[in-house]
Design a protein around this ligand. Sequence first.
Ligand code: ADQ
Length: 470
Amino acid sequence: MKPENIYIVSNRLPVTVMRTENGFTVTQSNGGLATALGSVFHQQNSYWIGWPGIIVDNEKEEQLVKELLEPLRCIPVFLSQEEFDGYYNGFSNAILWPLFHYHPGHCIFDDEYWLAYRNVNSKFGSVVSAHVPQDAFLWIHDYQLMLLPFYINHSNLSYFHHIHFPSQEVFGIIPWRSDLLDALLKCRHIVFQTEKDRVNFKDACLKYASKAHPDLFNTHSSLGTKVSAHPISIDAFDFSQTVQKNAVQTMTREIHDVFANQRIILSVDRLDYSKGILERLEAFRLLLKDFPQYHEKLVLLMLVVPSRSDVPSYEEHKRKVDELVGNINSEYASLGWRPVHYYYQQVNRDTLCAYYAAADVCLVTSLRDGLNLVSKEYVACRTKNNGVLILSEMAGAAEELTYALKIHPYDIKQMVVAIAYALEMEKSEENVRMTALKKKVFGYTVFDWLDTIFQEVFCMYEELKYSFEQ
Ligand code: ADQ
């Protein structure tokens, strides 16, 4: 069962508008939300509302961007530099993101950020009200728009939270905690990645929301807010088909040739302190120190996509990563061998899949992660049922991917042991683990996730209709 008309609303559109000499052009947006929902969006009856990734100077430029996006079924919300700085760099990524990932030290609790967040959420509200019909399914995504429900009157309102929702004590640190929860509770339907997130949210509502009482969360009541947990997934079949394309297989062979006689450990992430990149590098450094037999026989390939470089804590983090990579390479490299290959760039889907296919081990070290799509993408690309996934127990995906090797991302020594174990693992164990992981990833794709959510929405509205008829 699929709603007739779907309007996705998120901070960013799935495409980014860029200025050229002659006007504007679009490219694919990066990050987990764009990847996951991109597959969903390709359905004909979906529209997407969000920021186009560019600050435009005047109404004429706004018009040009609107016309460029219209055939792509994208509706832009334009923001000034000041609005973007306060709402996105400020409230979203210098308060909500660090706190929700348990890094309160990175938070800057600035009233101006809160004002900007309110203003921009209200601006999104105006665009939504102007474009979305009342009978459409309106689907809000993620922490940048937690306040949006407050600014719209819509009966089919659903919210999906992509990142971790912290424990009630940590959430309570936010001075505007009640406003955020009260706004979210205007939704009829709220979905989290994991059961842990759902319980944390419920605890926070019971403590801080103005109108929360236990009945609000009665899952059988059409009159309350239904809160559930359904982890997002990927279009696994698309990944496995991509790996089998001739061009991708050629690229995979080229990677093997470049790293002939070397095992490949791969990591793929946005440059974000929550992904545990520094901890991963420390573990790799210790591995090289304690296991000299891997010298010249092992590389760590890091594909890191630039992210939020305007936020000071990210700038500082990038400097530390650059420095640590440099230190490891200068300590251990030899004439023909560089232990860490670090690419600070976005790669296209074919190239990404070639790296997944070429890697003996995929290393996911998130200090905290709502889900982590990379772990599922690696599994989907292992067409020969080999390769080892090492996965942080702090990633939401760890609940599903139980056959991965689990690590505690702050325990560097344990990480070293897990990497060494992965490198020496018997082929039969590798095969058993990967086969089980693939069963999970192919048995629950992004389309199954979508069906589950739509099914839930459909049942709720049937119930609601029934209650109005009584
Ligand atoms: P992210 O924090 O962005 O997502 P993740 O789920 O791993 O984290 O998604 C990253 C995406 O970006 C993946 O699809 C990956 O392939 C892609 N990517 C990363 N580096 C890349 C590179 N160098 N080149 C090309 N592509 C690259 C947020 C939450 C997560 C949650 C997702 C989806 O923080 O916890 O899993 O949303 O809900």
